[in-house]
Design a protein around this ligand. Sequence first.
Ligand SMILES: [Zn+2]
Length: 69
Amino acid sequence: MALIKCSECDQTVSEQAASCPRCGSGIARKPVQEAPIPHSSLIITHKFLDAHLKSIAKAEMMCRLFSMV
Ligand SMILES: [Zn+2]
């Protein structure tokens, strides 16, 4: 567990703490790096969703056609 310094009062605070125990100032933490999603997988997801939505639209159209008959 790493210790960081409070930006307000220089008190050493646990990295896990949400705020400084001495002055109550919020601890500025480095933003957690999220694992980058590969661009290709995003495209695949997009294509999949697109195909999925199209099939839903098709199914809806079929339902309408059949309900008209
Ligand atoms: Zn402090």
